[in-house]
Design a protein around this ligand. Structure first.
Ligand code: FES
Length: 103
């Protein structure tokens, strides 16, 4: 198992929203789905839109640029125009800290 690095605190992310964090030069979108945190690549595989700025509805985030949808649990593409997944990262919460496994 890889090393986990602190990237944010739980209080930084309101429920139902996401933020952008960076880990080792990777842009990662970190979401709070009702108290559970998920991390996927921030860069939409359609044309590079910022998924951390997308609307979160349950487990699904919608790209703010052209509406592609991704599962925040797995990074899988759920709706067009994207068809390729984004990476997904292991997340751990320790106290108030959110850690992501180093890619
Ligand atoms: S860049 Fe995300 S849907 Fe086009």
């Amino acid at each position: 198992m890889g090393e986990f690095i602190k990237v944010a605190e739980t209080k930084d992310i309101a429920a139902g929203t996401g933020i952008l964090v960076e880990l080792e030069g990777e842009r990662i979108a970190l979401f709070n789905e009702n108290g559970t945190f998920y991390a996927i690549g921030d860069i939409c595989t359609h044309s590079g839109g910022p998924l951390s700025e997308g609307d979160l509805d349950g487990d699904t985030v919608t790209c703010p640029w052209h509406g592609a949808q991704f599962d925040v649990k797995t990074g899988e593409a759920m709706g067009p125009p994207a068809s390729e997944p984004v990476p997904s990262y292991q997340v751990k919460v320790e106290g108030g800290d959110i850690l992501i496994e180093r890619p």
